[in-house]
Each structure stands twice: as C-alpha cells, then as structure tokens.
Design a protein around this ligand. Sequence first.
Ligand code: GAL
Length: 417
Amino acid sequence: MYAFLRSLTTLILRSQKNSMRRIAFALLASALSLFAVAQTKPAAQTTLAATPPMGWNSWNWFAGKVTQDDVKSAADLIVSSGMRDAGYVYVNIDDTWEGKRDANGVLHTNEKFPDMKALADYVHSKGLKLGIYSSPGDQTCAKYEGSLGHEQQDADLYASWGIDYLKYDLCGFGKEMKAKAPDDKLKQNQMMHDAYEKMHQAILKTGRPIVYSLCQYGFDSVWQWGPSVGANLWRTTGDVQANWASIALIAKTQIGLGKYAGPGHWNDPDMLEVGNGKLTPDENRAHMGMWAMLAAPLLAGNNLTQLTPEVTGILTNREVVAIDQDKLGKQAERIYQEGPIEIWSRPLADGGVALAVINFGEDENFARGISLHLKEAGVKPGMKAHDIWNAKDLGAIKDDYKYSLKRHQMLLLRFSK
Ligand code: GAL
C-alpha cells in the first residue's frame, strides 16, 4: 500500500501533462481515503446487544439477600444446566451489593460481596459476563448507595472490575426531580433524560463495552427516547411478579411498542419469572413464549439451585430462544383478539413467521374455531408450520387449523418456506 501511494505521488510530481497529473491526483485521493478507512475500522465490528441480552438476574428470587456465593453458584449452574450453551451469558447482580463511599468518593462493596474483581474474573472464566446495578439517585430502591454526583467514578470502577452490563434504576432520583422541579413534569422528565445521558457518557468514556439497561418503569414513553441516551434496553413496565395476572397484564401493555425495538435497543417487559411462584407449566411456557415473541431480554430470575427438568427445558428450548434471538429483531405485534384469545405474530430473518395464540382467559377453550389469521400474520400460502411447544411438524396448515387451548396456554407456531 505504501509503495503504491509513493509511486502515485512520484507520478504527480514528475508528470509533464496536466491531464496525467489530474488522474494521478484523483487516484491518490481515493487511495488515501480507502487507506484511512482501513486504518480506523476494527477488524470485526460488533453491535452491543445486537440481539436481546440473555442471562440471569438475582432480584426476582434472592432480592436483598443475594451474596457473592449465590452469584458464583448461579454462574456454575448456568454452565452445568446447559443454559450458557442455549445463550444465557449475563450474570447480573441486582440491588444490595453496594457498601459506602470512602473519603475520595470511591464506592466500596458491602460484606456480602467481598471481592467484586475476583467475582468478575470467576464469572468471565466460565465464558459468562457480569452485570451490576445502580441508580442515578443518591440511593437505590433498596436504599443502598446510588451514583448521583459520582457517575464517572462509578463507571470507571465498574470498568476496572470488568463489568459488562449496568442496570440503572431511577428510584432515588425521583425525589431529586421533585425537589428541583416541583410541579413541573416536563422539567422533571428532562432531568431524568439528562441523568440517563450522563451515565451513558460516563460509560462511553470508560471505553469498555457495557450493556446499558434503563429501569424507570416506562415513564415518559421511554421507548421514544431510550436510544438517544444510549440505552440498549429499557423497562416498559413496573415490576413483574411471579403470577399469571402480572405476566398477562405486562404482555397486553406491550401492544404498539414493536416499532421501537431493534438490534442494539430493545423493549424490556422485565425479567423472567419462569420457575418462580406457583406458575403452572402452561403459564411458564406462555410467559417464556410471549417474551420470545416480544424480542424481550431473557433474564431468568429463578433459583437455579432448584432447577427442575421442566423449567430447564422451557428456558433452554432452542426453538423458542431462536425466535427471541432472531437476527431481524422485529418484535411481535398483536394481530387479532377475540375475547380472551389473542394472536401475535412477528416476521423472522429467514422469511418465515412466528405466530402465537394465547388463551389469557380462565375458561378452557377447546377449538372454538377461531381462525389463525395467517394472512394478517404475513404467512404466505404453502408455508409449513412447526408447533414448537409440542415439537410437531404440522405441514401447510390453513386458517381453519383446529387447536385447543386450556386456560393460560399458548400455541406457538413457526412458519417457514
Ligand atoms: C426496582 C426494580 C427491580 C429491582 C429493585 C431493586 O425498582 O424495578 O427490578 O431492581 O428495584 O431494589
């Protein structure tokens, strides 16, 4: 390359003819710009959260009791259960790891997390990534130390430990907003945007790729401005609970949000409750299937030391995970509703379609003849259907396909050419 540039320069200098000089000059200019691009572009460019992040988070099960050993054992179990190989890589510590700041403002961990750097090294040694939690306020939701006024210091600390993911939870910042802009919602919202942007800039300055997860419960239509403050994901709802009413309510309030999600920036209807509470097998499947349709981050929230084959099977179902992680990144939308029955569909990168029919009601519904609405779903005539939860090929079914759905059950179909 250098030799080529040198001979072009010589040609320009020595050329007798103007036209020849012009051609050599043009060649040199394009060669130089190509050279500049080649120098600045990294060999392989990767987008952070190109598909919805997958992993595990401590909150839904351990809440404030989580310790370093729980996180280590979660990492071990993610590997031994096959979850890592199914795509679950982030091991996220939620609230209550924080200790106090020292005289220089440096935050320390509390006694439950004696050595965060060693924990990060351990998690990384398993081929996993480590996530952490903070708040733009002076306090987190559980009243631990927040990042207000220490954003860069905290981001630098996370980077020095080797943190790969930050969940930044509004909580304590609410009182700041009310104190500084009482009765002025617009100003309060602007303060909130600025606070999220501040941490975004702090993360960028560390130079470490850290997935940035906004948690402010969907206030102020966060899906419209989340990407502008660098969010890779943003919560669209309040906290999920381990019961069907909560899961159904969240699912139904995602209607219309699909257009805001895409590679690198995702709607987050909150973490999975699969395997928690008294969810039935049908409810666990419908919850997991719905989150996959929604291109939601899949952050398991259960106690991995009590994994049952049923729960492992649901969480690691390759075909369900493939829908969630589909490269096209198009979140499902609801295309039809009739009473408690809803039909949601999403287009897939291979030209196929994922279609979910869910019975949100309490009644058993034995094939009341509700059409599958394949045309509205984008299913082309002749496409073949695969019933994912029943692991069954159905062939080229039509709208009049008979299915029966019990209460809280989901039919999940993948159509391909
Ligand atoms: C809530 C948040 C939960 C959890 C909790 C920790 O605000 O929505 O997901 O992070 O705080 O205190």
